[in-house]
Ligand binder design. Sequence first.
Ligand SMILES: C[S@@+](CC[C@H](N)C(=O)[O-])C[C@H]1O[C@@H](n2cnc3c(N)ncnc32)[C@H](O)[C@@H]1O
Length: 392
Amino acid sequence: MTADDLGRVAGAGRVSLLDRARDLIDRLQASPRFREWATAFPLTRPLARRRARQLFDLCAGFVYSQVLLACVRVRLFDVLAEGPRTVDALAPRLSLTPEAADRLLRAAAALRLVAPRGDGRWGLGALGAPLVGDAGIAAMVEHHAVLYADLADPLALLRDPAAPTRLSGYWPYAESGHPADLPADAVDAYTRLMAASQPMVAAEAIAAYPFARHRHAVDVGGGDGSFLAAVAAAAPSLRLTVFDLPPVAARARARFAAAGLSGRADTVGGDFHRDPLPTGADLMTLVRVLHDHDDGPVLALLRAARRALPDDGTLLIVEPMSGVPGAEAMGDAYFGFYLLAMRRGRPRTPEALAELIRRAGFAQVRPLATRTPMLAGLLVARGRSDTGMPNV
Ligand SMILES: C[S@@+](CC[C@H](N)C(=O)[O-])C[C@H]1O[C@@H](n2cnc3c(N)ncnc32)[C@H](O)[C@@H]1O
């Protein structure tokens, strides 16, 4: 039973005053007569309009995402970064007819991705400007095409956890009984996606945690080394080790060499479900790794981390978490269904993760605030507890 389940059971049977008030508000909002009144009454009208817009956005969100995909595929933001252009000038750059370009630009403007300028020209919008040159977001949007296909029948996904999905093929280690045997081309697409999106995550972790206080960091499931390469700049004396599947570790080796880090960085290829983790480091990091896996393998991995670290070693968990105020949709809706389609793992609350970490034998676990919790939350664990079962 998870920490979340325990909380639910403890609260079962009691209906708080707050819950009664929520039930009443629900009943009111479910009533067409009340909604009619709220829309007509001047003081409640702004709220009624906002609710109606939010609801419409929920219904239409899949269309908005596809407008964004079209913009990314024709590299609209990079083209507009050269300066505002008319539809006629843009159309050939986007390989679209002027009519189709006009339709795309109007849709993108409604979503604040682009904005009209004077003289019939179009420029970047408030949400399009930050996407200029951002390979991470472009790669993220592009790979959503696979998820989009899987989500066409969300109930089928929920009802048949064994049905094959396209996304589980994109992340082949999720389904493989022997992930260490995966060939290089099977890990290529996801490793490039992770590398492209890593800078935003690494920036969050580096702003929140003083890596320079450590001697040696092992990044387990460290991908092509992008995370440790970013950390290396903030902690110039830190020794770096990436542990990942053999073909991914090979990419990390090449990346460290290209970045001139080979003198203080090494890589170990292996399967963290079967092989011991590298020892000798005083810091172990798990970045966007645990949420990909079910509770049993996560607990086993955390115990392996406890075994590999010295008693006073530190474990750092960096990943998007569920139930985080302000990032609820990202945690439970986006990652909840993303991982459902991936066929492994679940987004966890910081409390649920902390409970697993304690069960793995760490004495203290505490959250550290990040600047953008939607991108990543952070937990720091230290010490060895007597009650844990690190050798099981
Ligand atoms: C979601 S990616 C995260 C990569 C990187 N930490 C990042 O945030 O960019 C998960 C990583 O775990 C690695 N991984 C998955 N299963 C593994 C296993 N059984 N043994 C070793 N590495 C594994 C994958 O190859 C991948 O690099």
